[in-house]
Design a protein around this ligand. Structure first.
Ligand code: FEO
Ligand code: CA
Ligand code: CA
Ligand code: CA
Length: 632
């Protein structure tokens, strides 16, 4: 299917050239290069406190990481360290609602509405008691080659309905009666939210004419959520699901040139072979031009009330949302860090207008109103401990005015990408997940890869995106000024530049000093912290195990100690999968990890059922055989 490239081609306008010249000069001056032999990166990294920590990596093994690193794998299995076990919890097509039929590739839409959706991604564990919990899991997309026995050759109306039912979110009760967490199909909170579940638009864009459609002339009642990538959670017990590549579901059958406001979001005449537009006219832009504006949002779901209406939060902007890293600032404001995963797109921050009040019902409206910002990363002459600014995306400020195409507040949120360009945000190497360290002092973001870096004028090599074509990706870190996440400024550095020291002995392609032949990986994507501050890193990279990627094997999960920069491989996934989605129980003794699209594009995987079965995306439960804390 076309969508395997995920259409990350849209790009904003050029950035200012003086900045680029400075960066080039700075880069050559500082020889941002791996030294031969022993641990150590000079110049660029040596300037920052993080790099000093990273440089010590090999000398001081982490006391936070208590497991033995595992080698790469090309097997069709999950591998974990000695003393650990990984078991399947639930796979695409397994029952979520009582009475659901058993999985069968021939299942219709009615069956799929009661079953676990496809391509599980971000997830959150909500404890109810020591033996009862709710796991909320995103179901990002579908693969025609597995969703349908006919592999998508001729997609019927019910096929579309089935695909729509395989998208969205699965709310699953878990029980732990025998010492391990299992699905409770009888749970009263079990729910499927799909691409046609009714939702409410909230915030400044609610009711705006850009959101009005024939079926919803008031522009407030939206059907469905789809391409739900990663997630977030709130201290008031709700779940956030992030709409990512929504553009791939729309076609424009009338043809002709779409306005820039469509093009910037990757909307084109053709869809990504889902064919929804053939049976559901809201996915045909020429018939329903505003439907596409109703997707690309963060959606808040109350998993404790199966009858609740999910709320789309327009205050968090419309783009290809990856995840929503929400934290409570010291002053009570809610801050949400948000990546827009596309080559040359941006990193955002939302700050709530009102403050969190523990135990108050008013918290439920905190994401309705606030200020959205977008990041501008800068180097500082003489010292490359980076500086950064948050640029405000508020109508009437920073050129977000009618003469520049922003007639009102809502237009800034609906076309947040255009607003980000208007204010001069830095184009990034595909911001995927953001994670806030549990001490609330630092924030991490994966920049997964970007073949256009240094190639397209809009995406020049710069200190924060330092590698041309960036095939391996990197993870950046920043600290808000004075520890205040509502501050307009921050300091940043690069936590790890992934690389392949086996293929490239020196230079940027070898990666930073915390990358070695035993822990190398490419395309970091999912990240998250456990309570103790271990940083878990999941990959969605090239698994050819050849050329630039030789010695990297299948996609994997690693664990890192931010204090030392050390990184160890913890898990390897089956053939042609991505590892994405992670959640922990409060005691940190059970970890849930997602295996997405094993065997994609008909690669020879039979995970998890084996034999001649078709592969299925699966949530895996990981425990220690001695019952201990994961990773310790
Ligand atoms: Fe759904 Fe950017 O990953
Ligand atoms: Ca991802
Ligand atoms: Ca990815
Ligand atoms: Ca994915």
């Amino acid at each position: 299917m076309k969508h395997f490239d995920h259409n990350h081609d849209q790009r904003p306008l050029e950035q200012e050239p003086e900045f680029n010249k400075f960066i080039e000069a700075a880069m050559s001056r500082r020889q941002f290069l791996r030294t031969t032999g022993a641990a150590g990166t000079v110049g660029f990294f040596a300037a920052s406190p993080v790099s000093q920590a990273i440089a010590k990596t090999n000398a001081t093994p982490s006391s936070l990481l208590g497991f033995g690193a595992i080698p790469i794998s090309v097997a069709d299995t999950i591998e974990v360290p000695d003393g650990y076990q990984a078991e399947a919890l639930i796979s695409w097509g397994d029952a979520v609602i009582k009475g659901a039929p058993a999985f069968n590739q021939e299942n219709d839409s009615k069956a799929q509405e009661m079953q676990f959706g496809d391509n599980n991604d971000g997830m959150t564990f909500f404890p109810l008691s020591s033996t009862r919990a709710v796991l909320v899991v995103n179901n990002e997309y579908t693969n025609n080659e597995y969703l349908y026995a006919h592999q998508g050759k001729s997609i019927s109306a019910d096929d579309v309905r089935k695909a729509q039912a395989a998208h969205g979110v699965s709310v699953i009760e878990l029980k732990n009666t025998s010492g391990k967490w299992e699905v409770n199909v009888d749970g009263r909170l079990n729910r499927r939210i799909t691409a046609y579940t009714e939702m409410e638009m909230t915030g400044v864009a609610a009711g705006h004419n850009l959101l009005q459609t024939e079926a919803d002339p008031l522009g407030k009642r939206i059907l469905g959520t789809f391409n739900n990538c990663a997630n977030g959670e709130t201290p008031w017990g709700t779940y956030l699901t992030c709409e990512e590549n929504f553009n791939g579901y729309f076609a424009n059958t009338a043809g002709g040139k779409l306005a820039d406001s469509y093009a910037r979001y990757g909307l084109k005449d053709e869809d990504w072979d889902y064919d929804w537009y053939k049976h559901d006219k809201r996915f045909d832009i020429s018939k329903e031009p505003n439907e596409a504006h109703r997707h690309g949002w963060v959606v808040e779901i109350d998993p404790m009330n199966p009858n609740s209406t999910p709320k789309k939060r327009s205050a968090l902007g419309r783009f290809k949302h990856e995840n929503a890293a929400l934290m409570v600032n010291d002053d009570g404001h809610i801050v949400v860090y948000l990546g827009d995963d596309e080559r040359g797109e941006h990193l955002y921050k939302f700050v709530s207008k009102n403050k969190f009040v523990k135990g108050s019902d008013s918290n439920r409206d905190l994401l309705e109103e606030g200020t959205l910002y977008v990041a501008k990363f800068e180097g500082t002459e003489g010292e490359l401990n980076g500086q950064g600014k948050w640029l405000e995306l508020t109508w009437g400020k920073n050129g977000l005015t009618p003469e520049n195409g922003f007639p009102d507040e809502a237009s800034v949120m609906v076309f947040a990408r255009l607003a980000a360009t208007q204010v001069g945000a830095t184009t990034m190497d595909r911001p995927e997940w953001v994670a806030v360290h549990p001490d609330n002092k630092s924030v991490f973001c994966t920049l997964t890869n970007n073949k256009y870096r240094g190639v397209k004028d809009s995406q020049p090599v710069n200190p924060i995106n330092p590698r041309e074509k960036n095939p391996y990706g990197h993870i950046v870190r920043w600290r808000p000024s004075k520890g205040n996440h509502t501050s307009p400024s921050f300091e940043w550095d690069i936590y790890v530049l992934a690389g392949n020291p086996e293929v490239h002995e020196t230079g940027l392609m070898a990666g930073t000093a915390n990358i070695n032949k035993d822990n190398m990986f490419n395309s970091p994507d999912g990240i998250g912290f456990d309570k103790a501050g271990r940083l878990w890193i999941q990959t969605d990279g090239k698994y050819s195990n050849k050329g630039d990627f030789s010695g990297m094997g299948n996609n994997q999960m690693l664990c890192s100690d931010p204090a030392t920069g050390e990184i160890r491989r913890f898990l390897t996934g089956p053939i042609a999968c991505e590892i994405t989605g992670l959640a922990f129980t409060p005691d940190s003794k059970t970890m849930f990890v997602g295996v997405q699209h094993p065997g994609e594009s008909l690669a020879p995987s039979h995970y998890p059922d084996g034999g001649s079965s078709i592969p299925r995306s699966t949530v895996v439960v990981i425990t220690r055989k001695d019952g201990g804390i994961i990773g310790a």
